[in-house]
Design a protein around this ligand. Structure first.
Ligand SMILES: [Zn+2]
Length: 496
């Protein structure tokens, strides 16, 4: 393989050359959404980041199994072990079955991610479909002495685990600090230590989502599903575990603990990869802060903070023009710049399409060939350096300058060798389309374009320029559109 991908591994806190456990196979697990509300920019960032990683790994020739879960049970309101299940709460508000809520928001999530051109994962398992696997994992942890049962609930015993392991190895948290900063809160009396977390919760009588288990009718703790499902589909140890930085603690720390304390005895993944958060004017984006923008609002422009609608590819470009480990600050200016940048890259594709390598090339200009090959190679350097799409986009723009010069005749196309020409074209088109996953969006609105043409038609008719009138009619007919001269004016219809 020509390119070496380096990834920053949160677990080791350094960039490492990516070597899969069983090349050419790669297993990648990414934490998916809790489906109780519409997807927002934060969901998009995680999905697009790992989509590019997935695409690039495939581009490098790996056979990737990409698993991204749907959390449809067990994620409680405050992200800890208290409060109501997020989905059950929503279901009550909307007078729906919890699984109706799940299906509704799963559909929207999948549709929005497809709109952003993020490929579907190879497996998209749901927590509620893997209760048996989760119960089995709890049993293993109990057998290994790192969990305990109280009143039908089972808790992970963090201090017992920490004796021979390191709770905090992923997040860098120190268990003593965590202990001194954690207060005993209501509903937590069952826990021996405030750091312990639920593996199984006994359901209260009004709790709808419940399953039988050896301990009680209840439901699994939130962290457990990812351990159980990643193991089921990718094995006890697999290559990459991804997710948003907000999931690193406690969610991913607990996943590692569960995996180590079960019969897997492993950190689950060898490379833990985290994308950073979206901020709004430097502030964290969050439901409680009221600075929250759903993807449907971005696409329609229908939100008080938006000056205009932004197309899905503009959003995708906006996400990609920052490195995934940096925070990404939302603003209208940044999105408008992204719109320009995206269009510039697309124009490059159009120019490349029109460039035809001459039948009789000139003597190759060695310096020019070298320069262009280097620029093409640079485009991969960013990606290989911890998936730095920001650098890759900057390199693509540098390459595009030369492509435009070739197109305008400022540089002699014939002085390139056929090999250089093909390499440049392949690098640009494959990176833009296949790896960054950008695609052409229709330019403008069909109705508005037709109105424009009908204006010309009307003008030609008034000027009795009948050859022009006929030509416009004929051209539109080729597109399956007929012009109707009505008493009330000129209109169009699809040809029947
Ligand atoms: Zn997860």
């Amino acid at each position: 393989m020509q390119h070496k991908l380096n990834l920053y591994n949160t677990l080791t806190r350094k960039k490492e050359v990516f070597e899969p456990l069983h090349a050419p196979f790669v297993g990648m697990y990414v934490c998916g959404p809790t489906v109780y509300g519409e997807p927002h920019l934060g969901h998009a960032r995680s999905a697009v980041t790992f989509d590019v990683l997935y695409r690039y790994l495939k581009y490098l020739g790996y056979k990737v199994r990409y698993v991204r879960n749907i959390t449809d049970v067990g994620h409680l309101e405050n992200d800890a072990d208290e409060g109501e299940d997020k989905i059950q709460k929503r279901a009550k508000l909307e007078h729906l079955e919890p699984m109706e809520v799940v299906q509704h928001y799963t559909n929207i999530y999948q549709k929005d991610m497809a709109t952003l051109n993020a490929k579907s994962p190879d497996i998209e398992p749901r927590a509620s479909g893997h209760i048996i696997e989760q119960i089995q994992m709890i049993q293993e942890i109990l057998e290994n002495g790192m969990a305990y049962e109280v009143n039908g609930s089972v808790y992970f015993d963090v201090p017992a685990y920490h004796k021979n392991n390191n709770y905090g190895k992923l997040s860098g948290r120190i268990i003593e600090d965590l202990l001194s900063n954690t207060r005993e809160t209501e509903g937590q009396e069952e826990k021996r230590s405030p750091l312990d977390f639920a593996l199984w919760k006994k359901a209260s009588p009004q709790h709808i989502m419940r399953w039988p288990s050896p301990w009680s009718d209840g439901f699994p703790g939130w962290h457990l599903e990812c351990s159980a499902m990643s193991r089921k589909y990718l094995g006890e140890t697999f290559d990459i575990h991804g997710g948003g930085l907000d999931l690193m603690f406690p969610h991913h720390e607990c996943e590692i603990a569960q995996s180590q304390a079960s019969h897997s005895h492993s950190d689950a993944a060898r490379y833990w990869v985290h994308n950073n958060m979206i901020t709004v004017n430097g502030q964290k984006m969050g439901k409680s802060l009221g600075n929250f923008i759903n993807l449907s609002e971005l696409f329609s422009g229908n939100h008080k903070m938006l000056e205009q609608a932004y197309s899905p590819m503009t959003i995708r470009f906006f996400i990609l023009q920052a490195h995934y480990r940096s925070t990404l600050d939302f603003s209208n200016e940044a999105l408008q710049a992204a719109q320009k940048g995206y269009r510039k890259l697309m124009n490059g594709l159009r120019v490349l399409d029109k460039l035809v390598y001459p039948d009789e090339p000139a003597t190759p200009d060695e310096k020019l060939n070298e320069e262009l090959l280097k620029l093409a190679e640079d485009c991969f350097r960013g990606l290989n350096d911890d998936l730095n799409t920001a650098r890759t986009i900057a390199s693509l723009f540098n390459l595009l300058k030369k492509i435009n010069s070739l197109y305008l005749g400022q540089l002699p196309l014939g002085a390139l060798t056929r090999g250089t020409f093909d390499t440049v074209r392949a690098a640009y088109t494959e990176l833009v389309l296949d790896v960054l996953g950008l695609k052409e969006e229709p330019a403008g609105d069909l109705e508005e374009m037709l109105d424009l043409v009908l204006g010309f038609y009307k003008e030609a008719k008034e000027n009795k320029a009948y050859d022009k009138v006929d030509a416009i009619r004929a051209e539109l007919k080729k597109q399956g559109i007929v012009i109707k001269d009505l008493k009330t004016g000129i209109d169009w219809a699809y040809e029947e």
